[in-house]
Design a protein around this ligand. Structure first.
Ligand SMILES: NC(=O)C1=CN([C@@H]2O[C@H](COP(=O)(O)OP(=O)(O)OC[C@H]3O[C@@H](n4cnc5c(N)ncnc54)[C@H](OP(=O)(O)O)[C@@H]3O)[C@@H](O)[C@H]2O)C=CC1
Ligand SMILES: O=C([O-])C1=[NH+]CCC1
Length: 312
């Protein structure tokens, strides 16, 4: 196996620049929305490990344009935090698309944090045309951190607010961020008058109610536990315009929502390339950021190219 290159999170950290990643992710979201055979991504395998409250996900994808074949293997064990290990642990296997031979294993904890935040930032830019003064983050883990950093940098919010179930962890996050944040005891108070809200928790019951959200607000829903749509209340979905990253995945992972009669309006790639537009009179917008394999492929490929260039 000596031919397999091992690329660590530390290498990723040193060469992954937020500003470079945004257009790469944006393009991948458009590519996957154009249904042709040059970009392939089935709905991922989503396996519950019930007694551990864990998840195991296998996320294959192929891109002819990027000349890349990949599969991310990712686990999500929320209890890990109590023993000092990240809840979400990921590796991306890159294969030669001609022979199928494995060429690299890219540690993808940082990639997962950043590509998810990049997708939310791109969706926010595209779906939310209103003011961007107040950003509210519900949660204080890895995704909360990458979303706070990415959205603040992209939109320069005047105020960044954080609420977390465990206040101590919200304080730790605030101390790590390179800008001032306001901490809230109550999630309701935190989201009051917010222009953009990100939910990034394992909450099994709604942590965001329709009556708390101001008209015209945009929500990025990131949390994915056993049930992908438990962070937002049913009433909030009913009054909002809902867009996802990948319809085929959403049909599976958001089946609970569609069974309730909640309509998914389209894939974000359709809006990014202007084949669809968000109507002006919508009450709120939601981007359900499920996280998709093609984002991982393009990011890992980008890192791999930097890695191999450095070795020449
Ligand atoms: N869409 C995507 O592409 C991705 C989604 N995710 C999902 O994002 C979410 C966060 O992941 P990550 O940041 O890596 O995880 P972390 O473990 O780093 O953070 C988890 C956060 O969830 C909070 N939380 C846990 N249980 C509850 C609960 N019952 N009610 C309210 N808050 C709760 C934690 O609060 P406390 O500090 O109190 O424990 C903490 O703020 C997960 O659902 C994960 O599956 C992750 C990666 C990619
Ligand atoms: O896309 C992703 O990597 C994940 N989504 C939910 C947990 C991890």
């Amino acid at each position: 196996m000596s031919f397999v290159k091992l690329i660590s999170d530390d290498f990723v950290k040193n060469c992954l620049e937020w500003k470079t990643l945004v257009p790469v992710i944006e393009k991948s979201l458009v590519d996957i929305s154009i249904k042709n055979k040059s970009t392939i991504q089935p709905a991922r395998l989503f396996m519950d490990i019930p007694d551990k409250q864990g998840l195991f996900l296998a996320m294959p994808s192929y891109s002819e344009n990027d000349h890349a074949l990949a599969c991310k293997l990712v686990t999500s064990f929320p209890q890990n935090k109590s023993i000092g290990i990240p809840s979400v642990l990921a590796n991306i296997l890159l294969f030669d698309p001609i022979t199928g031979k494995i060429k690299a294993i890219v540690e993808a904890n940082r990639i997962t944090a950043w590509r998810t935040a990049a997708a939310s930032a791109v969706a926010t830019k595209c779906m939310h045309k209103g003011s961007k003064d107040i950003l509210a983050i519900l949660g204080a883990g890895t995704q909360a951190e990458s979303h706070a950093l990415a959205l603040k940098e992209m939109f320069d919010f005047k105020e960044v607010r954080i609420w977390n179930r465990t206040r101590e962890r919200a304080k730790i996050l605030a101390s790590k961020l390179p800008f001032e944040c306001t901490l809230f005891e109550s999630n309701e108070e935190c989201v009051k008058d917010a222009d953009v809200i990100c939910t990034a928790t394992y909450a099994k019951e709604p942590i965001l109610q329709d009556t708390w959200v101001k008209e015209g607000a945009h929500i990025n829903a990131i949390g994915a536990g056993q049930n992908h749509h438990s962070e937002l209340s049913e009433a909030l979905y009913r009054k909002s315009y809902l867009v996802v990253d990948h319809m085929e995945s959403a049909e599976k992972e958001l089946a609970g929502l569609t069974q309730m009669g909640i309509d998914i309006k389209g894939e974000i790639g359709n809006y990014l390339n202007s084949s669809k537009t968000v109507p002006e009179d919508v009450t709120c917008t939601i981007f359900h950021n499920l996280g998709i394999a093609i984002e991982d492929l393009v990011t890992a490929n980008f890192i791999y190219n930097k890695f191999t260039k450095g070795q020449k």
